[in-house]
Design a protein around this ligand. Structure first.
Ligand SMILES: *Cc1c(COP(=O)(O)O)cnc(C)c1O
Length: 232
């Protein structure tokens, strides 16, 4: 018996809560996508979710994604992977190769690099712009007051496939105003997708219009190693 038996059950519970929250707020059930965040957990844990029928995943480090996912993809060709952690320009090529979406676009250098990589052709990915709604110094993301211009440059100047916005509210604040702010910025630009909400607040995020909730701990269990700025 696998150490990751609990994954299928937890996945079912999270999906049921997502469906209930969607219904409560008059959202279509298939309007909310669960990004299962398996960072720090081995490929075996991801595979338990794949065996349970889940296909959408998130990783916060390119190197870890590249180590775990290509082998899984050969066996589950319809899986989708989102990069949800900070991206360095020297890892753009690997990120584009490994992932189906990058949720952490937040500066011009990155936008230019991704545009150059996509211009080589062959690969299509979706891009979310990360907004630092809490204006935290140590956190990635474009500042809210700079978001409008950055979104416009990404779409018009770099002609990037921007599909939505992503945020990670400050751990010590109530997330509701941050979710609301992200929704307002997206609305101004006609962007349809909102990636927001984690294990502790994904139902609230759904109330505020999340189309993608990024849930790790509630599915895979506690992480032993906390090694990123974005870990709660
Ligand atoms: C780790 C991580 C998550 C998942 O967090 P949990 O609290 O474990 O659900 C969501 N988003 C980002 C950006 C993360 O790095």
């Amino acid at each position: 018996m696998s150490e990751y038996e609990h994954v299928a059950q937890h996945l079912g519970e999270v999906k049921a809560r997502i469906a209930a929250a969607a219904q409560a707020w008059q959202r279509a059930a298939d309007d909310v996508h669960l990004v299962a965040v398996g960072k720090t957990h081995p490929a075996e844990a991801i595979e338990a979710a794949l065996n349970a029928g889940h296909r959408l995943f998130g990783e916060n480090r390119v190197q870890e994604a590249a180590a775990k996912f290509p082998a899984l993809r050969t066996r589950y060709p319809d899986l989708k992977l989102h990069l949800i952690g900070p991206l360095q320009t020297n890892k753009i090529k690997q990120a584009v190769e490994t992932c189906d979406a990058i949720e952490t676009l937040d500066r011009d250098k990155l936008a230019q690099g991704i545009a150059a990589e996509l211009a080589k052709g062959g690969k299509r990915i979706d891009l979310f712009i990360q907004v630092n709604t809490g204006e935290e110094e140590q956190k990635a993301g474009v500042l809210p007051r700079e978001a409008d211009d950055f979104i416009r440059r990404c779409r018009e100047e770099y002609t990037l496939p921007i599909v939505g916005l992503m945020c990670i509210p400050p751990a010590e604040e109530h997330p509701a105003p941050h979710f609301a702010l992200l929704g307002e910025i997206a609305k101004r630009h006609g962007l349809q997708q909102l990636s927001m909400g984690m294990s502790g607040d994904y139902e609230l995020a759904i109330q505020f219009g999340a189309t993608h909730v990024r849930v790790g701990t509630a599915i895979f269990g506690a992480r032993e190693v906390i090694n990123t700025q974005s870990s709660p």
